[in-house]
Write a protein that binds this ligand. Structure first.
Ligand code: IVH
Length: 677
């Protein structure tokens, strides 16, 4: 290669890497696989080694990716947050060991091998044992303050207590990884698919997208988790233990979640066999593990080695190759979701992958399909990481059969043949026919499911039959089923038919939140449905509530319901079809029980409460229910009309506003005393 060409190639690599850094760190929507990204970085770093003349000091190989995004306060880490060098090769791991032997001038030292958790890096600060701050890595020097969102992580303690063996420093920054379990990932993606939203490719991207939500209410609906594996700044300085092993023991003693398993190694071969053991057991971990991080155990020796501009010299990550297989794409079928979203699915020649036979894989959506130019007949690479649904990653163009034609996305619904539409601002293409049998089936199945009306005997198979017979086209039809018709269904004779009808009849009296959840409004899960039920009191009131019922001066009025949800709810009821459903449910005799029905007290009549911060024993919902049972109202924002602000630990702006307006602030125990009369 001529020097000009080299320089040009390096320039291209830098631009490509910068683009993918942005997609991964800031947008949480990478377009290429981790392995391919690492290969680009490796190519650039090799060229920089060979042609230092063209190596730039601000090359992406010399810094950590930047995750900072709009809408967050910046915070300068008191101690920098580094990245770790990585490798996919045994030999490079051996070289890492040789280098340490040389630099430490000894060959006796312990190393710790830990799982490398695939989430996003965070630094959590405790002062005087209290959680005061959580910050993303950002560019390593300064990151985004995500404290409010981090507080929604149930396993992250608000307070820590030291023990005799594990004394707690006055100030500590602990570093770790925020992640989502595979189970939660699948639940959220399934919901997003129904709602016609983009799917996240893996739990890491979803966790990253979630922590950067400006609406903590949305964050709280997704169960983020955290694991802590490293240390940052402390006061007094040097208040940390002497080894990484001890670090894990201390952090655990303080009540923080830490890695599930770690290995101690004394040689390069020990390290490699620990990595293989980790690979064998990582499938059972709750978090996705994309490799191992090998660290020098002694913190004094870590100091001796120090760090480069972006990574410590005492640690090295070993990454596992994602499991891939090549197979032929036999057909592309289109699935129809609850809200009519059309999702392309790859029908594959069955292939063995990560211990299972894969014959179907998601193709995500039309634009993704077009971008990758995937065609029926192509040989494609499928990849599966952990428990995640397999996905088609790439096409092997060398094997493309000459007769292969570009795939033309269907312009009509495969089920009811209605012309498909693409709504503005959405990636998804939808079938707009509300009475499309698949949509009806999914909607009714959701309505009858455990998490909603929980109607016994109305399982998925039963719903299928009712829809197939044409007896149920809309939710209210469930309440007008004909007994004689039902008796003609082969399997359900006599008794079970009566039982089913009785269960449907009984569901008319179910709690209001079950109906709200059952309507299937985007973003409205069980917790939000309960919040809405408390405040609205009836389906009718919910259907008629204007935007101002949710947002006033950009602040949420109902505790737990933020902007995203407010828009989804008002958007849902802006459609006449949905308003009619509510009216027809009422006409059919649906009388959902309002939360206070019956026991409505008068103790707090005419008084408005605002809840803020974390109460010592009650959840927000529990406290709100107690106040409302006593006849009080609970609001999401403080005004002059607020009677009391109930503040827990870490109360934020609402407390400040209460002080400013002179509103009385009480704590949980005072609230309890007031309730006791
Ligand atoms: S130690 C200064 N340990 O992987 C050393 N990192 O590729 C700090 N990661 O930026 C990192 N699991 O976000 C460490 N057990 C573990 C880890 C881990 C995941 C992440 C972390 C880091 C990246 C390095």
């Amino acid at each position: 290669m001529s020097l000009d060409k080299v320089e040009q190639r390096m320039q291209e690599l830098r631009a490509t890497i910068v683009r993918h850094d942005e997609l991964y760190h800031r947008k949480a929507k990478p377009e290429i696989e981790d392995g391919d990204y690492d290969a680009l970085k490796r190519a650039l770093s090799d060229l920089e080694g060979e042609y230092p003349l063209f190596a730039l000091t601000d090359s992406p190989t010399q810094r950590v990716g930047d995750d900072r995004s709009d809408g967050f306060q910046s915070y300068v880490h008191r101690e920098r947050m580094m990245s770790v060098d990585n490798t996919y090769s045994d030999d490079e791991m051996r070289e890492f060991h040789v280098r340490m032997v040389r630099e430490l001038e000894r060959d006796e030292f312990a190393l710790v091998v830990e799982p490398k958790i695939d989430g996003l890096a965070v630094s959590v600060t405790y002062e005087g044992g209290k959680l005061v701050r959580a910050v993303t890595r950002g560019n390593g020097v300064e990151g985004d303050e995500i404290t409010a969102n981090a507080r929604t992580i149930a396993t992250l303690p608000q307070t820590l207590t030291g023990t005799a063996e594990a004394p707690l420093p006055d100030v500590i920054e602990v570093r770790g990884e925020i992640y989502l379990t595979n189970e939660e990932f699948q639940r959220i993606n399934a919901e997003r698919e129904e709602d016609g939203l983009d799917l996240y490719k893996n739990p890491r991207n979803l966790a990253a997208g979630t922590i950067k939500q400006l609406d903590a209410a949305v964050v709280a609906q997704r169960k983020l988790e955290i694991v802590l594996y490293g240390r940052g700044y402390t006061e007094p300085v040097d208040a940390w233990p002497e080894t990484q092993q001890q670090f894990h023991a201390w952090v655990k003693a303080w009540g923080l979640p830490t890695v599930e398993h770690q290995w101690v190694a004394h040689s390069a071969e020990d390290v490699l066999s620990a990595i293989r053991e980790l690979d064998a057991v990582r499938g059972g971990f709750v978090y996705a593990t994309d490799g191992a991080v090998v660290k020098l155990d002694s913190i004094a020796l870590q100091r001796t080695l120090g760090a480069t501009s972006k990574a410590p010299r005492w640690a090295m990550a070993y990454k596992f190759e994602a499991e891939r297989a090549e197979t032929q794409l036999k057909a592309i079928s289109i699935q129809v979701g609850r809200t009519g979203v059309l999702t392309p699915v790859a029908e594959l020649e069955p292939v063995q992958l990560a211990g299972t036979t894969v014959s179907r894989a998601t193709l995500h959506n039309q634009s993704e399909l077009a971008r990758k130019d995937i065609r029926v007949g192509d040989f494609v690479a499928v990849e599966k990481a952990g428990e995640i649904i397999p996905a088609v990653i790439a096409v092997n163009l060398e094997k493309r059969p000459p007769s292969c034609q570009p795939y033309v996305f269907s312009e009509t619904c495969p089920v009811c043949a209605t012309p498909a539409v693409q709504l503005e601002g959405e990636v998804a293409v939808r079938c707009p026919n509300r009475e499309c049998p698949v949509q009806v089936r999914r909607r009714v199945q959701h309505f009858a499911s455990r998490a909603c009306l929980d109607i016994e005997g109305l399982g998925e198979a039963m719903v299928d039959q009712l829809v197939e017979q044409g007896w149920v086209k809309r939710l209210p039809d469930l309440y007008h089923l004909d007994r004689q018709n039902l008796l003609t269904l082969g399997k359900s004779v006599g008794k079970s038919t009566d039982k089913l009808l009785a269960a449907i009849e009984a569901s008319k009296q179910a709690e209001l939140w079950r109906f709200i959840h059952g309507l299937g409004i985007t973003h409205v899960g069980t917790a939000a449905a309960k919040d809405l039920a408390r405040v609205m009191g009836s389906l009718q009131a919910l259907a008629e509530a204007p935007m101002e019922a949710y947002l006033r001066d950009k602040e949420s009025v109902i505790s737990g319901i933020g902007k995203t949800m407010a828009e989804a709810i008002t958007g849902f009821f802006a459609e006449a079809y949905n308003r009619e459903i509510v009216a027809d449910l009422a006409a059919a005799g649906v009388e959902p029980e309002a939360p206070n029905a019956g026991g409505g007290g008068t103790l707090f009549a005419g008084q408005t409460f605002v809840l803020t911060g974390t109460l010592p024993t009650l959840t927000r919902n529990e406290a709100a229910e107690m106040i409302e049972a006593a006849g009080g109202k609970v609001s999401g924002s403080v005004s002059k009309k607020t009677s009391y602000v109930v503040a827990g630990s870490e109360a934020g702006s609402k407390l400040a506003k209460a002080d400013k307006l002179g509103v009385t602030v009480i704590d949980e125990s005072t609230l309890r005393e007031m309730l006791d009369g």
